[in-house]
Design a protein around this ligand. Structure first.
Ligand code: NAI
Ligand SMILES: C[C@H](CCCC(C)(C)O)[C@H]1CC[C@H]2[C@@H]3[C@H](O)CC4=CC(=O)CC[C@]4(C)[C@H]3CC[C@]12C
Length: 369
């Protein structure tokens, strides 16, 4: 094989490249992918930060476009060697309609696959989600599970339904002949709850805590563990997977990988306190302050209010029956599949991930106060 100096320069396309995860993938590619010749960043909303990247040695092309528009996707994909498809509508709060979620997450993914097939792009990495597996509607725990752990995946919410269908499309497309006759190679990465710089829900919790005089109130038992992964490590896993797909096509093609790192297993709230604590917030209570039945009632009330108010105003609080079920069900992964298949090791230690996130919360909210 040619050494890296002689190696062919590659064109990468990142859909959703201006989102929380997408921005980290874009920056990671620029820092850590030596074969990168051109980086196309495709998003419905382009971030101003892209401008600063255009002065670097790699050509960065910003493309404003919509994954639901097949012709826009095809134009962006044409000539790309690798597509990292992170664009998606992440909505578990009822802000968007189920139809819109389906359109973006499923039809958008279909458009990406068809564009690869039509234009001859062979390598596709899809950002799936742990939500494809669970937690399920029955609240069954998934404790330190891996990609082969049996689990009854039952979905009713539009977001996990759409991610599951999109993931299936991506995996099923593995091996399809693309323009030119060579096979498409695909894989899907399933992050657990991502945290890190740019995590909007973390910022929302911080602001809520400030409004309440520096206090947050425990709603979920500390014993319920929730899988979390640092955004830098998720980005790194995408970069590695994309890099290795060609050489390890037979092994990786059509495979799913949980996205994991060394972040500790904790409840959603206790985990957030790892960052919000050093920013001055306190979590009140060693046990939930409200009985669970009352939370269920409030979540149902929120859902009802959302439905009643929809013609007048968008009411989309954090607490609804779905988010309560997710937050209240243990779902943690323990796997080494990505390590075995393509040599993934977390790039950032837990200490590093924690420090970076704390600094971001402090900076982001300092300017917002
Ligand atoms: N945030 C999390 O904890 C997790 C996220 N994921 C997945 O990771 C991916 C990225 O999620 P986040 O960065 O958290 O979300 P995000 O909302 O910050 O980023 C998504 C990006 O996709 C873009 N986008 C949305 N609709 C589009 C469309 N029609 N056409 C083109 N671009 C469009 C948005 O403008 C945004 O920049 C998603 O596919 C999501 O399902 C998976 C597991 C966990
Ligand atoms: C917002 C939830 C926490 C609020 C609980 C309350 C109201 C009792 O305090 C979040 C708890 C778990 C989160 C989800 C989880 O991390 C998995 C996800 C994966 C994705 O692919 C998208 C995001 C999310 C669904 C994430 C969303 C917020 C939570 C429901």
């Amino acid at each position: 094989m040619a050494d890296s100096a002689q190696a062919q320069k590659l064109v990468y396309l990142v859909t959703g490249g201006c989102g929380f995860l997408g921005e980290h993938v874009v920056r990671m590619l620029l820092q850590r992918e030596p074969r990168l010749g051109e980086l196309r960043v495709f998003d419905r909303h382009l971030g101003p930060w892209l401008e600063e990247l255009k002065t670097g040695p790699v050509r960065v092309t910003a493309i404003q476009g919509d994954v639901t528009q097949a012709h826009e996707v095809a134009a962006a994909v044409a000539g790309a060697h690798v597509v990292i498809h992170t664009a998606g509508l992440v909505d578990v709060f009822g802000r968007a309609s189920p139809e819109t979620i389906h359109e973006v997450n499923v039809q958008g993914t279909r458009n990406v696959i068809e564009a690869c097939v039509q234009t001859g792009t062979r390598f596709l990495v899809y950002t799936s989600s742990m939500e494809v597996v669970g937690p399920n509607t029955k609240g069954h725990p998934f404790y330190r599970g891996n990609e082969d752990t049996p689990y009854e995946a039952v979905h009713s919410h539009p977001y996990p339904c759409s991610k599951a269908l999109a993931e299936w499309l991506v995996l099923e497309a593995n091996g399809r002949k693309v323009h030119g006759g060579l096979p498409l190679v695909t894989c899907a990465l399933r992050p657990t709850g991502i945290y890190g710089e740019g995590h909007q829900i973390m910022r929302d919790f911080y602001r809520q805590g400030l409004r309440l005089g520096g206090w947050l109130f425990r709603a979920i038992p500390a014993s319920v563990e929730h899988g979390r992964v640092y955004v830098g490590n998720v980005a790194w896993m995408h970069v590695l997977a994309a890099r290795e797909l060609e050489q390890r096509a037979a092994l990786m093609g059509g495979q799913v990988y949980f996205c994991y790192d060394g972040s500790p297993y904790k409840s959603y709230e206790d985990f957030n306190m790892e960052f919000l604590g050093p920013c001055g917030l306190r979590l009140v209570g060693t046990r939930p302050l409200l009985p669970y039945w009352l939370l269920v009632f409030l979540a149902a009330l929120n859902a009802l209010l959302q439905w009643l108010l929809r013609p007048l105003v968008l009411y989309a609080p954090l607490l609804n029956p779905y988010t309560l079920a997710v937050a209240n069900t243990t779902f943690t992964v323990s796997t080494d599949k990505a390590q075995r298949h393509f040599g993934y090791e977390p790039l950032f230690s837990w200490e590093d991930s924690r420090t970076r996130t704390i600094l971001w919360v402090q900076a982001a909210t300092g300017s917002a106060q």
